[in-house]
Design a binder for this molecule. Sequence first.
Ligand code: PEP
Length: 264
Amino acid sequence: MSGSTIIPWVVGNWKMNPMQANAQQLIQDLKQHLLQEVVSEHDCHIGIAPISIALLSVKTQLDDASVKIATVAQDVSRMAGTGAYTGEVSADLLVDSGIQFVLIGHSERREIFGDNPQILSDKIHYALNANMTIIYCVGESLEQRESGQAEQIVLQQICDIASVVKAEQWHNIIIAYEPIWAIGTGKTASPDDAQTMHAKIREGLNQITPEGNRIAILYGGSVKAENAVELAACADINGALVGGASLNATSFHQIALAFAKQNK
Ligand code: PEP
């Protein structure tokens, strides 16, 4: 079933980029684009996920943009509150600094930094307890897709978090479907393949929560200005998580416009 009443989200994942001066310029450029062609928050929400040490400076810069832009943390500690956890930043500390959104479960965290289902469940539990909104990333590898396991893997990743999200917390969950083989590779899932998986995810969510039709399901994996319109036209694609193309203000603005126009 379509989630067409959902306001889409377009979120830029800057990953471990860029240098400070370039980040400031990028935001200036994005703000300029938004002044020239507005993306109303009624049509599409926008978020930027910078490196952790830039969260506050980016937030300050975004706070006076002509439209509301959320500052999103790229990750969060599995520990709560404050304490002797060297190198960690808890959800409570993020919220204390005004950061309300966080990516959890990005495939780079899962694959390179060992974020397994237990660690992800802890992160989600504490982030939800701190009242954060979570963009929970799921997606299959090329090998899993080629062996016909894609749906099973993705639905399992959704089930992995079902026990930690309380009934009243599902409205603070956004799902990002990111096939690993499409991330940073220039290969995008075809709109049909992406829509098929998004519909399956929607079906899975509907089995877990009555909120299923209200949860935004973003697509991620080489989204660019050139393919955004087609992806935005799919019934269950409620926005995009954008890596590489979010480092270019013109492209990122075009992607947000594509989703906003589709939603008008
Ligand atoms: C990502 O890292 O979340 C991502 C989708 O990257 P890219 O757009 O570069 O494929």
